[in-house]
Write a protein that binds this ligand. Sequence first.
Ligand code: FE2
Length: 135
Amino acid sequence: MPSPNMEDYLERMYRLIRDKGFARAVDIAKALDIQPSSVTHMLQKLDEKGYVRYEKYRGVTLTETGRQIGRDMVQRHRDLSKFLRLLGVDDERIIFKDVEGIEHHLSPESMRRIRKLVSYAEENPNWWNIYITHS
Ligand code: FE2
């Protein structure tokens, strides 16, 4: 199991590769707001664990396992953001910060139930509006 910090790396790398086609250490550092030197160290660790393939001057790619975890994190991030917006949180900075804090700590079962609630609320806006207008 990757640590929360590793999941964050895989999430950012997945996004960078999806949006730009590649992920350089300097871009990962920027996305995570940390020093490029700590990125190098983490990339070596992720390589040892089989989540990425990293060669110092050639860049970094995700392995199939790393790609799956990255994609799962991006989906979790999106669905938890939706959930907080549904609850009425409307400051995107708060949503981002809170989601980054909780996304690594929910079991698949809790995630599944949150997703179920979000889709039910989307399919039944009247039902949800009754709650929102009383909260
Ligand atoms: Fe995230």
